[in-house]
Design a binder for this molecule. Structure first.
Ligand SMILES: Cc1cc2nc3c(=O)[nH]c(=O)nc-3n(C[C@H](O)[C@H](O)[C@H](O)COP(=O)(O)O)c2cc1C
Length: 352
């Protein structure tokens, strides 16, 4: 049994949010010590020329990034980079700090290697997070900023709220993600409509030339999802992140009837949504896949389906610190098997 599987036995004794806080404390400690980062990087990082590429003018040394929600407050970036991620998306950050939903709000399904969360954008608020990030930025890896709306802000003021949080991050961060797809802020998903999304990206384009993405839910009717993505792209989005967590509670026996489900049980649904999006937008927009990716086969599959990059959250919880390294090592072998010299050649290979 691997060391992480043994550690899991201990960590999984803890209530899930407590376990996350313990992990966060450890990763903060690592972030404060270049010695610990070097040790961790030796164990967890993997580099190969075959995996390097530029996306949106940014350098990615491989295609595996950390999805939003793990480092909501930008407190662990150096450690996450030592864990072997090639980019880190912080947030979701809101304009004002907020506590999020009442606890318990994170649930672990170990056998299914899945999570259910109803965190509700608990975060330190834009000013504090941007100030923290400014001490690191510019960073060796691309840093994405995932932006959300405060729960207390009425729908009618949503555009102004997104504008406020974006403006606080204009000098820090390499790309922005507008998150309209969390199931944990009441009515947020209603903003996933062509009109609002068009206004949102038109507004954002007035403030920044950096790459911008929309992160979509896996629960929309497909034609609606495609319309929303079309609107985002025609109004200035560089691409689409598909997907966020699902509220399809039938995927997990024993699921709560609130919050969003992530991890292995989301894989098929997320991949299905990604496939349709790729059919419509590959070549017109940069596509990033998220949802149930936990091994090289799945990461490579999404890349061949059209993803330039992939993101992982739940897979890290169950797969442990060497996950990125293992995925990347195997991905190089998969590229070789297919006769591709570089990851770029594999992107969208299954679409043509
Ligand atoms: C505990 C938890 C918190 C999350 N918080 C956020 C968030 O704040 N913003 C966001 O865009 N996505 C958030 N997500 C969704 C992930 O970024 C990702 O899209 C989703 O979990 C699917 O990927 P996975 O199956 O690899 O976890 C969260 C996921 C989890 C498990």
């Amino acid at each position: 049994m691997s060391m992480y599987k043994n550690l899991c036995r201990l960590l999984f004794q803890l209530e899930p949010e407590t376990a996350h806080h313990q992990a966060e404390n450890f990763l903060k400690l690592v972030s404060a010590s270049s010695f610990l980062q070097e040790v961790m990087a030796k164990v967890c990082c993997y580099e190969s020329e075959a995996l390097k590429q530029q996306v949106c003018g940014l350098d990615f040394y491989h295609p595996i990034g950390l999805a939003a929600g793990f480092d909501k407050n930008a407190t662990m970036i150096p450690a996450l980079s030592a864990l072997g991620f090639s980019f880190v998306e912080i947030g979701t950050v809101t304009k004002n700090p907020q506590k999020g939903n009442p606890k318990p709000r994170l649930f672990r399904y170990a056998v299914e290697e899945s999570l259910q969360n109803a965190m509700g954008f608990n975060n330190d608020g834009a000013m504090k997070v941007a100030t923290r990030l400014a001490k690191l930025y510019p960073y060796a890896l691309p840093i994405g900023i995932n932006l959300g709306k405060n729960k207390s802000v009425p729908q009618a003021d949503a555009l102004k709220d997104y504008q406020g949080v974006l403006k606080d991050f204009l000098d820090v961060g390499d790309y922005y993600v507008f998150n309209l797809s969390s199931p944990n802020t009441p009515n947020l998903r209603e903003l996933q409509n062509s009109t609002f999304v068009g206004e949102l990206f038109s507004m954002a384009k007035e403030h920044t030339h950096k790459p911008m993405f929309i992160k979509i839910s896996p629960d929309m009717a497909m034609d609606e999802a495609l319309q929303v993505c079309e609107s985002a792209i025609s109004c200035g989005a560089s691409g689409i992140i598909a997907t966020n967590t699902t509220i399809d509670y039938s995927l997990l026996s024993g699921a709560k009837d609130f919050g969003g489900i992530s991890g292995a049980v989301l894989k098929t649904k997320s991949a299905g949504v990604f496939k349709e999006i790729a059919k419509a937008f590959f070549g017109k927009a940069v596509l990033i896949a998220a949802g149930g990716i936990d091994d090289a086969q799945e990461a490579y599959k999404r890349i061949k389906m059209g993803a330039s990059l992939v993101q992982i959250y739940t897979g890290l919880v169950f797969g442990g610190p060497t996950l990125c390294k293992h995925i990347n090592q195997e991905m190089v072998a998969l590229l070789q098997e297919d006769g591709f010299l570089n990851i770029k050649d594999a992107i969208g290979a299954d679409l043509t």
